[in-house]
Design a protein around this ligand. Structure first.
Ligand code: ZN
Length: 93
């Protein structure tokens, strides 16, 4: 493989991964919007976050996002709570 071809192929892979990541993030937003906040009527994914009593699970979701099928992401998400920033602040205070 010449360097030129190598750069081209690497670029294609990078774009492909970015597309996957973008799609995964969209799916995550859809999931958050669908479930909404656990404590209030908030359904805007921008303010909704994934929380878990086990922080490893919440971090794990972000780590597998875009790397595995979304059904697997959902399996992990089901172990978490969707809580909006406002309610989260109330819980923390
Ligand atoms: Zn809320």
């Amino acid at each position: 493989m010449t360097d030129e071809v190598k750069t081209f192929v690497e670029g294609m892979w990078k774009n492909r991964n970015q597309d996957w990541m973008e799609r995964a993030l969209n799916q995550l937003d859809n999931y958050k919007a669908q479930y909404g906040c656990k404590f209030c009527a908030e359904h805007d994914p921008v303010t909704l976050d994934i929380h878990s009593s086990d922080p490893d699970i919440a971090v794990g979701v972000m780590n597998i996002l875009g790397k595995v099928g979304f059904s697997e992401v959902i399996r992990e998400l089901k172990k978490c709570d969707i809580i909006c920033a406002k309610c989260w602040r109330k819980i923390c205070e």
